[in-house]
Write a protein that binds this ligand. Structure first.
Ligand code: RTP
Ligand code: MG
Length: 153
């Protein structure tokens, strides 16, 4: 367990097109997680292939890469206590049919291939480090104190 664990999260193109960026960010903020990196971009295909490299041999791989490069995404890095597991719980099961109401996928998704948000897998130990390095340069991640601003009551 680490108070400052960093985890990679990304709003997928379906959610971007539906105007759900704010909703996803808001839920993570409300939980108490700290935003340390965020951007909007069209992901280059080469980077998408690297990002989803673990699924290269799966039958859905080409569709997955097509989808994630089909429109803008919002890659983010969030920090906090047990951040990886907290976020995975908040996004819910991969298949929206299995995702509990109250989770992001359970509240906003119907389709397995358009499930709103990606988060690094907590069962894959190197996932966060690898995915953060794929999508962010070190100087794009911001260091600051979350709660000690003198104007915050
Ligand atoms: P993600 O990587 O996008 O956060 O999703 P995940 O960890 O919950 O699920 P993962 O197993 O990594 O699968 C990546 C994405 O591939 C699509 N998928 N399609 N047709 C299929 O059987 C199938 N299985 C997975 C999903 O969109 C999933 O989010
Ligand atoms: Mg995954």
């Amino acid at each position: 367990m680490s108070d400052h664990e960093r985890t990679f999260v990304m709003v997928k193109p379906d959610a971007f097109a539906r105007g759900l960026v704010g909703e996803v960010v808001s839920r993570l903020e409300d939980r108490g997680l700290k935003l340390v990196g965020i951007k909007v971009e069209n992901m280059p295909r080469e980077r998408a292939e690297e990002h989803y490299g673990e699924h290269e041999d799966k039958p859905f791989y080409d569709d997955l890469v097509d989808f994630i490069t089909s429109g803008p995404v919002v890659p983010m890095v969030w920090e906090g206590q047990d951040a990886t597991r907290q976020v995975r719980q908040m996004i819910g099961e991969t298949d929206p049919l299995e995702a509990q109401p109250g989770t992001i996928r359970g509240d906003y998704a119907l389709d397995l291939g358009r499930n709103v948000v990606h988060a690094a897998d907590h069962e894959d130990e190197g996932a966060n480090e690898r995915e953060i390095a794929i999508h962010f340069d070190d100087d794009e991640l911001i260091d600051y104190d979350q709660h000690d601003a003198e104007w915050l009551y």
